[in-house]
Write a protein that binds this ligand. Structure first.
Ligand code: GUN
Ligand code: ZN
Length: 451
C-alpha cells in the first residue's frame, strides 16, 4: 500500500450551483486508492508549520504549493474523436456532410491498421492529458481492433475515458463502413467485453455505445444498439444530435416517419440519463422538454459549431442551464480545430455573448465561473460521474490539475503581477493560459503529467 498525498495551498473548484469556490489556503488529503479523505477549506499558515496531525510524514507525502500555484479539478471533454487527431485543423468552413466524406471518412479508414491506430492514439491521449483533460468521451473509428487499442492506451496512461467503437453501416464509402448490422453489433459486443476485461469495475475506462448519427445507421442497427443498451444499462451512449441544418434535413429524408431527432433516437431506446448528445444546436421547445425528462446530457461543442458543424452560435446553452438540462463542454477535436478545453471555454463565452446580443439581452452571456463549471462539474454530470469527479469533495476521486502561473523560462504566457488576487490570477489563467500552465495532472490520485 502506498502513501497518502496531501496538498496545502490555493484551491479553486465549482459548487453544484455553478458558483466558484476560491480558497486561498486549503488542505486536501488523498488516500492510496486516489480518494479524497480530507478537505479542510481554510487552514492557517501556523497550522501548517505545526504539522497537522493529519499529515503525518510517516504515512503522507505533503506538497506545499508554490506561491504561483493553485489546484483545480481535471477537465472533462465530453466529446472527442480520437481518430481525427491528425486531421485537426483541416477543412474548416466546410459543411458537415461534405467534410465527413471528403476528409474524415478517408482519414478514419486508416485505423484499420492497429499499429497506425496505436501511434496516433498514443499522441492523442498524451495530448489531452497534457492539457489537463483527465476525462474524455471518445468516438473511436469503426474498427474493433483500433478501438480496443485506444481503451488499452487510456488505461495504461491513466486517463479516465469512455471509448466507443463507432457504428456506421450506410452513407459511408465501402472501404469504411460496417459490413452488416450483425458485424457492427458483434464488433461492438467484442469491444464491450474487452473493456470489461481490462477494467472489470469500470474504474477508469468504459465502453460507450456510439451510433455515429442516424444518417450513418439504418433502423436495424439503431434497434440492435438500443437492445445492447438495454442489456448493459451501466454503459453510456453518445451520438451527434441536431448539429447542423444540412444534417437535420438529411436525417428527415432518411426517417420520414419522425418529426424530430428526439423521437427518432428515443424510439430505438437510445435516450436516457447516460446519453451524451453532441451539439444540440437546433432545439424545439418540445425537444428541450423531452431531453430534460429523459435526463440526457448535452456536449456543447462551441469550436466545431463555428467551423465544420454549421450550428454557429445556435446552441441554446443558457436555456439548457435554466431548464436544468445537464451541459458539459466538448472539444470535438478534430472537427474542432483545438483540443484544448480552455479554448472551448473561451469559445463558449464568445458564442454566448453573440447570443446575448442577438436575443437583445434575453440569453445572458456565460461568466468565467459558468464556463469553468461546464468544463468540470457540468461535464462530470453529463457523464454521470458527478459522484466521482468534477470538484473536490470528500469521497470523490482526485482528478486534478496543478496550475502554475509564472515561469516565463518555461514559456508560460500568463502575466501575473504582484498583488493580483487569486480570483484575478484564475481569470488570467482561463483566458490566456495553455498546457504550459499545467504543471502536474492527476487522475485518481495518480500523476499522469509532470513530476
Ligand atoms: N456527425 C457525424 N460524424 C461527425 C463527426 O465526426 N464530427 C462532427 N462534428 N459531426 C459528425
Ligand atoms: Zn463529433
Amino acid at each position: 500500500a502506498g502513501k497518502h498525498i496531501a496538498f496545502a495551498g490555493p484551491v479553486i473548484h465549482s459548487l453544484p450551483n455553478t458558483d466558484l469556490e476560491i480558497l486561498p489556503l486549503a488542505l486536501l488529503v488523498i488516500n492510496p486508492a486516489g480518494v479524497i479523505t480530507t478537505f479542510i477549506k481554510s487552514i492557517s499558515r501556523s497550522d501548517l508549520t505545526l504539522a497537522l496531525p493529519i499529515v503525518d510524514p510517516e504515512t503522507t507525502t505533503l506538497h506545499l504549493l508554490a506561491p504561483d500555484q493553485f489546484l483545480i479539478p481535471g477537465f472533462v471533454d465530453t466529446h472527442n474523436h480520437a481518430p481525427q487527431w491528425a486531421q485537426r485543423g483541416l477543412g474548416q468552413g466546410m459543411q458537415i456532410l461534405d467534410w465527413l466524406s471528403a476528409l474524415t471518412f478517408p482519414n478514419e479508414a486508416k485505423f484499420a491498421d492497429p499499429a497506425y491506430a496505436k501511434t496516433i492514439y498514443a499522441r492523442c491521449v498524451d495530448g489531452l492529458l497534457r492539457q489537463g483533460i483527465t476525462t474524455a468521451s471518445y468516438y473511436g473509428s469503426a474498427h474493433g481492433a483500433a478501438t480496443r487499442v485506444l481503451a488499452d492506451l487510456c488505461l495504461a496512461k491513466g486517463q479516465r475515458a469512455f471509448v466507443g467503437k463507432c457504428n456506421m453501416n450506410r452513407n459511408a464509402p465501402g472501404y469504411y463502413c460496417d459490413a452488416s448490422v450483425e458485424e457492427s453489433l458483434q464488433v461492438t459486443e467484442e469491444c464491450i467485453a474487452h473493456i470489461r476485461g481490462i477494467d472489470p469495475d469500470g474504474r477508469l475506462v468504459k465502453h460507450v455505445l456510439t451510433p455515429r448519427f442516424a444518417i450513418s445507421c439504418d433502423d436495424e442497427l439503431l434497434k440492435g444498439l438500443g437492445e445492447i443498451a438495454k442489456r448493459n444499462d451501466d454503459l453510456p451512449i453518445q451520438t451527434h444530435f441536431n448539429e447542423a441544418e444540412q444534417e437535420m434535413e438529411a436525417t428527415k429524408g432518411l426517417f420520414p416517419g419522425f418529426e424530430n431527432e428526439v423521437d427518432l433516437y428515443e424510439s430505438f431506446g437510445l435516450l436516457g440519463r447516460r446519453s451524451i448528445l453532441a451539439h444540440c444546436c437546433y432545439m424545439s421547445g418540445y425537444e428541450m422538454e423531452r431531453i430534460k425528462q429523459l435526463g440526457c446530457g448535452v456536449a456543447h461543442c462551441p469550436v466545431s459549431n463555428m467551423t465544420v458543424g454549421g450550428g454557429f452560435m445556435a446552441a441554446p446553452v443558457r436555456a439548457f442551464m435554466k431548464a436544468g438540462i445537464k451541459v458539459g463542454l466538448g472539444t470535438d477535436s478534430g472537427g474542432g480545430f483545438s483540443s484544448s478545453i480552455l479554448d472551448a471555454m473561451r469559445q463558449a463565452m464568445i458564442a454566448s455573448y453573440a447570443r446575448e446580443v442577438a436575443s437583445k439581452g434575453e440569453d445572458k452571456g456565460l461568466s468565467i465561473a459558468e464556463v469553468f463549471y461546464l468544463a468540470t462539474l457540468g461535464g462530470a454530470e453529463v457523464c454521470c460521474l458527478e459522484d466521482k469527479i468534477g470538484n473536490f469533495a470528500v469521497g470523490k476521486e482526485f482528478d486534478a490539475v496543478l496550475v502554475g502561473t509564472r515561469g516565463e523560462h518555461e514559456g508560460v504566457m500568463t502575466m501575473v503581477e504582484e498583488g493580483d488576487r487569486l480570483e484575478t490570477v484564475f481569470e488570467k489563467f482561463v483566458m490566456t493560459g495553455d498546457d504550459r500552465n499545467m504543471v502536474q495532472v492527476y487522475v485518481q490520485g495518480r500523476l499522469v503529467k509532470g513530476s
